[in-house]
Design a protein around this ligand. Structure first.
Ligand code: C2E
Ligand code: MG
Ligand code: MG
Length: 590
């Protein structure tokens, strides 16, 4: 409804139009009343009158319900042309039609330039007047409808830009703005950063709808633990943040964090499923003395990362030491980007041995970083950084290229080892880059070798979120005869569904199982069960982290085919592999 007046007893679909007639001639008032009496009775039109521009302005300013103005030009106190200027200032959607006996070109042009919608020459032809009124009102209605649509769209966009559509909470942009307001008021505040534990797993196993419903219900519970003036925002897919702009003593903040943990400790019942998820809370207060809003949120996130190490349902306050750890992390990120391009990465190779023949059947390529200042850095310190920053993609490509090159050389140099394979660890991000398979094909082609030279090691966690996508990539890899190993088996979710649905060739039993295998019957039974499982599924098994001859003996008894570990060899630099293979070849020949 765009015309402004909706009379009580009128047809609800038809608002009445309110028209202000500005003319010093009383006669016009009489003529209009006569001509439009039906419409006036039906409350289709409401007419009001002003004898000059000054009174017209007063009326328009005090009563904002007018839709159009019909004005004479020549009037005492303020003429119609001056009135036109003023109307534009009052309401841009208000339209004026000028009526004048002075219908010369100059008057018409001035009126039009000042925003008049139309011009009628006196004496007024009443049919023409009616048409003009109808036409003007239709135009006004259209303009206002369009304006309303624009306003709604603008509101919607504004909402989308600052609010999360699922929970209706402010998003990170708005949240940062609220922190900025606290900073500009030099007011004490605290920020709590929360994550939703196991959100990805819940979403992938129970479905998106349940995952999202969980977030909505968690938000409800968290809200009840906060003071009413606090701001709760969704700052990431499974991350929330709270701004407390009054509470700032550590004890009170702790109480709030505790009550949040408490409120989330009861599982949620969602669509017939019982779902439990807790949170970890990182806290940074205005005492952290950062420079910008972003830095405070970052500080709370850093504290949350540290809470993660403490386990489920924990809380950590930000301190300066965490800050220096975070800085070191940033430095590492920057250094790693350079390392990839400036050849600081190297590959070590750890032999994988057949337990039956004790022959080396392949190597696992393990990346190391030869840091110019810090010396050799192991992957445990930089792979997660590479994954977080996306650098894992170029890094992984480099590893693949280098490993394929080395292996193809060793194969051709040693006829005894013409079926040696190389196992390369592939991270999720890398596996799902759209050109992953194509890159691999090119690398194999460049070195003139077949896919069977290569085994790709993938951890279960990669498959949790992406079972379907993984299946597609795996099928393409199988077409190239590339073998697929599930790495660190037993440490993740070890779902039989993966083994059943995906074309996997090999399991690598995690080091932790082998380690503890001889310490308890239970652990031994576990390793035995995994080996039985691999056998019945027609898969091969590699025991990781084999360190003692007792372990070797036991694994042989349990029919494990392959092993890898310090008992045989550590991961060796590539230049030590040739002599190693030479020695092995001599043993075989003799
Ligand atoms: P992983 O794939 O499970 O590799 C086995 C790790 O166990 C290696 O550690 C290896 O040196 C170590 N290891 C081997 N035998 C023994 C043993 O008898 N005892 C003990 N205690 N440890 C043993 P590393 O080289 O530090 O690699 C750690 C992890 O880093 C790897 O675990 C893998 O997940 C990742 N990684 C290594 N290179 C790459 C790579 O090129 N790309 C990706 N995405 N990840 C990599
Ligand atoms: Mg591995
Ligand atoms: Mg492993």
């Amino acid at each position: 409804m765009t015309l402004k007046n909706i009379p009580a007893n009128n047809n609800a679909n038809k608002p009445s139009a309110k028209i202000l007639v500005v003319d010093d001639e009383q006669l016009l008032q009489y003529i209009i009343q006569q001509r439009f009496r039906h419409q006036i009775r039906a409350k289709e039109y409401i007419f009001d009158y002003a004898p000059n521009g000054v009174i017209a302005i007063e009326k328009l300013q005090t009563d904002g319900t007018f839709d159009m103005v019909l004005t004479d030009i020549n009037m005492p106190e303020m003429d119609g042309l001056t009135l036109l200027n003023k109307i534009m200032e009052i309401d841009l959607t208000l339209k004026a039609v000028v009526m004048s006996a002075y219908g010369d070109m100059e008057n018409i042009r001035t009126a039009m330039n000042r925003g008049a919608f139309d011009f009628l020459i006196k004496p007024i032809d009443l049919d023409d007047l009616e048409i003009t009124i109808t036409k003007t009102l239709a135009f006004i209605e259209q303009t206002r409808a369009r304006q309303q649509e624009l306003d709604t769209a603008r509101e919607r966009l504004k909402h989308q830009a600052f609010y999360d559509s699922l929970t209706g909470l402010p998003n990170q942009i708005l949240f940062l703005d609220r922190i900025r307001q606290c900073l500009s008021r030099e007011q004490k505040f605290a920020i709590l950063s929360l994550d939703v534990e196991r959100y990805r797993l819940i979403k992938s196993s129970l479905g998106r709808t349940i995952g999202e419903q969980l977030l909505v219900e968690m938000v409800e519970r968290v809200r009840h633990c906060m003071p009413s003036n606090a701001t709760l925002a969704r700052t990431g897919s499974d991350e929330f943040a709270i701004l407390l702009d009054r509470v700032c003593n550590e004890k009170d903040i702790h109480l709030i964090a505790e009550s949040i943990h408490q409120s989330l400790s009861t599982p949620f019942a969602i669509e017939g499923e019982i779902v439990s998820s807790t949170t970890r809370i990182g806290i940074a207060s205005s005492d952290a003395d950062c420079e910008q809003a972003e830095d405070y949120l970052q500080a709370a996130d850093t504290a949350m990362e540290s809470a993660k190490k403490k386990g489920m349902g924990s809380t950590a306050f930000f301190d300066r030491q965490m800050h220096s750890v975070a800085i070191k992390q940033l430095q590492l990120e920057a250094d790693l980007a350079r390392a990839i391009s400036s050849d600081e990465l190297i590959l070590h190779y750890q032999p994988i041995v057949s337990l039956a023949s004790e022959k080396i059947v392949g190597f696992e390529a393990l990346v190391r970083w030869q840091h110019p200042i810090r010396g050799l850095i192991l992957p445990g310190e930089f792979i997660s950084v590479a994954e977080k920053t996306g650098l894992i993609v170029p890094l992984g490509k480099w590893v693949l290229a280098r490993a394929i090159r080395h292996l193809s050389r060793w194969r051709s140099q040693f006829p005894h080892f013409s079926d040696l394979t190389v196992s390369v660890n592939v991270s999720g991000l890398q596996l799902f880059t759209p050109d992953f398979v194509e890159i691999l094909e090119n690398l194999l082609q460049q070195d003139n070798v077949q896919g069977d030279i290569l085994k790709l090691e993938i951890t279960e966690s990669v498959l949790i979120d992406n079972a379907e996508a993984a299946k597609m990539v795996f099928q393409q890899l199988k077409q190239q005869n590339i073998q697929l190993c599930l790495d660190d088996f037993g440490t993740g979710y070890s779902s039989l569904a993966y083994l059943h649905n995906l074309p996997i060739d090999m399991l690598k039993i995690d080091r932790s199982f082998i380690n503890s295998m001889l310490a308890s019957q239970r652990n031994l039974r576990l390793v035995n069960a995994i080996l039985n499982l691999t056998e019945s599924l027609g898969l091969q098994a590699v025991a990781e982290g084999v360190e003692t001859s007792e372990q070797v003996q036991k694994l042989r008894e349990l029919n494990c085919q392959f092993a890898q570990g310090y008992f045989f060899d550590r991961a060796l630099p590539s230049h030590e592999i040739l002599p190693l293979l030479e020695r092995e070849a001599m043993v075989i020949e003799n």
